[in-house]
Design a protein around this ligand. Structure first.
Ligand SMILES: [Zn+2]
Length: 353
């Protein structure tokens, strides 16, 4: 029987992540990470986790995903003091270093799980990554941390199948685009739709050899926990069973919480614990337990910090009770039945559902 006595849960963190500062009143603030770290400290979680120090991603590693000219542009822009790169994405003087360390945090996590010292790792990093394109930062993201990590795992560790589950409330257009024609990386996104960035419709399924290896579940506003559980049972579990991933990565955004100011889903703190239990089970069944979480969004500090706490509590089986500081949503959660009917119709061509 497998128990957590055999391996510990890792946490990637570094104070340099607080030095990327998009400026006052920006929702993607250093206080996001600080509020999580302080809650973990207050609840005495830190001593129960293996702290992993991240390294910087090298230029060569960044260029597996990004254009060299774009990386140079971020470096220069940041070194000149920063400012707004796009309408929503801003940099400070330390943003380039923070972004290299955020991508490097995923690389350090991959090195750790490959040595089997630690098999499940939560990367408490920022800036986030899932919107970043090869030649353009957007949606608060500079470098696509998870995509850089997936490329590294494919190339350095000769892993041949990676499943990325993206439960951030926004569609991860960057990850989708980077692996759109690549059947080695199966990208599954659960998100509110329509919402920023506008992509992630049901009929975006991948291209060429990658056709069928992108699965989008675009949920209407107020979609709740029951629909997310149904997505795991009816879509994600059977697809994972057929894909047989060797590594599972989670784009862990917490802006699907009903109190989040940037979206309107009806997930709760406990919903993230339930999803964590699901992905942990899948990682144990298919990936020898290898599971990496990368922090993406989440902009209500209390909802975010408690949801991450609930994730780690479930992951490391710490046995705490993590209650939702906001109780439960005031509107009736939607079941999104139409989305399931349509997803089944589209993806039955590629998977046995
Ligand atoms: Zn988001």
């Amino acid at each position: 029987m497998e128990s957590n006595q055999n391996f510990s849960v890792g946490l990637v963190y570094h104070p340099l992540y607080l030095q990327h500062d998009p400026g006052p009143n920006h929702p993607e603030s250093p206080s996001r990470l600080l509020s999580i770290y302080e809650l973990l400290e207050e609840r005495k979680f830190l001593s129960r986790l293996t702290l992993i120090s991240p390294r910087m991603a090298s230029l060569e590693e960044l260029t597996t995903v990004h254009d060299a000219s774009y990386i140079k542009r971020i470096e220069n822009f940041s070194k000149r003091g920063g400012g707004y790169l796009t309408l929503d994405t801003a940099l400070s003087s330390k943003s380039y270093e923070s972004a290299c360390l955020a991508a490097g945090g995923i690389l350090s996590a991959i090195d750790e799980i490959s040595s089997f010292r630690t098999r499940m790792i939560f990367c408490l990093i920022r800036p986030p990554g899932h919107h970043a394109l090869a030649d353009q930062g957007m949606g608060f993201c500079l470098f696509n941390n998870l995509a850089i990590g997936a490329k590294y795992a494919l190339e350095k560790y000769k892993i041949s199948r990676i499943l990325i589950i993206d439960w951030d409330v926004h569609h991860g257009n960057g990850i989708q685009e980077i692996f759109y024609s690549d059947p080695r990386v199966l990208y599954v996104s659960l998100h509110q739709y329509p919402l920023y960035p506008g992509t992630g419709s049901l009929d975006e399924v991948g291209l060429g050899e990658g056709e069928g290896f992108t699965i989008n579940l675009p949920f209407p506003y107020h979609t709740g926990e029951q629909a997310y559980m149904r997505a795991f049972e009816e879509i994600i579990s059977p697809v994972t069973d057929q894909f047989e991933p060797q590594l599972l990565m989670i784009a862990a955004g917490y802006d699907g919480h009903f109190a989040d100011p940037l979206a309107s889903l009806n997930l709760m703190v406990g919903s993230f614990a339930k999803m964590t239990a699901k992905v942990k089970k899948l990682a144990k069944m298919f990936c020898q337990g290898r599971l990496i979480f990368s922090l993406e969004g989440g902009y209500n500090l209390k909802a975010l910090s408690h949801s991450v706490l609930a994730t780690l509590n479930e992951l490391a089986e710490l046995g705490h009770k993590v209650s939702d500081p906001y109780g439960s949503p005031s509107t009736t959660p939607r079941g999104a039945e139409d989305v399931f009917d349509e997803a089944r119709r589209i993806h039955e061509k590629y998977w046995k559902l």
